[in-house]
Design a protein around this ligand. Sequence first.
Ligand code: PEP
Ligand code: MN
Length: 245
Amino acid sequence: MYKQKPIIIAGPCSISSKKEIDNTIKNIYQEIDYFRCGIWKARTNINDFKGIGKTGLSWLSESQKKYKTPIAIEVGTPKHVEQALQNNITIFWIGARTTVNPFYVQEICNSIRGVDVEIWIKNPIHADVNLWIGAIERFKRIGIKKLKAVHRGFFSLEEKKYRNPPMWDLIKPIQKKFPNLKIICDPSHIGGEKSLLQSISQKAINFGLDGLMIETHSYPKNALSDSKQQVNCSEFKNLIKNLNF
Ligand code: PEP
Ligand code: MN
């Protein structure tokens, strides 16, 4: 028996137009607790799409109001935070490539001190749980009460099946250290391929995690980032419907 209804977060990896936000959120807002949408993307390859940038903030702000659904974005710098706050976006996730660096994490902490924001901390890209714990503690230390951890799997050279193998046991130290912290699983970045999402999501629920973040796009084939791992709106709804809580 599930202790509580899981927290459901969904939305595109990134968007390149206002239409992509609208076409996605209007179809799923009734099924979700939060809408996610990347507008600044930390890309490994300099030639890849780096996100729509601050242009997207006013679009998100409009959708947040229209659909009465809280919207979260990734922030990597204090400048991102400042621009987001100017557009009434107050839920931020810290990406796997940011959690690895305590300097970045601390700079973001300094930029939100005293501001009423919600923060989700993704695990660092490599399997160092202490860096994850360290980042969570930095946000706790500045008094952030609305905190969540996001498990998005870890980089591995050996792994073939998953983009970022889940290494479920690495969540245990987080559960132990922060018993009241909600932990969300991000099966999209673990799987890297949409056919794996159902089984990873079910495992996360069975493991006792508190929610799911599913990358969902109105038309994944057109997505400029993480196209293969995103589901469309009806696939998203089916995925949730077929979970066993
Ligand atoms: C994302 O959520 O789109 C993302 C880039 O995630 P991560 O930082 O986990 O790679
Ligand atoms: Mn992504």
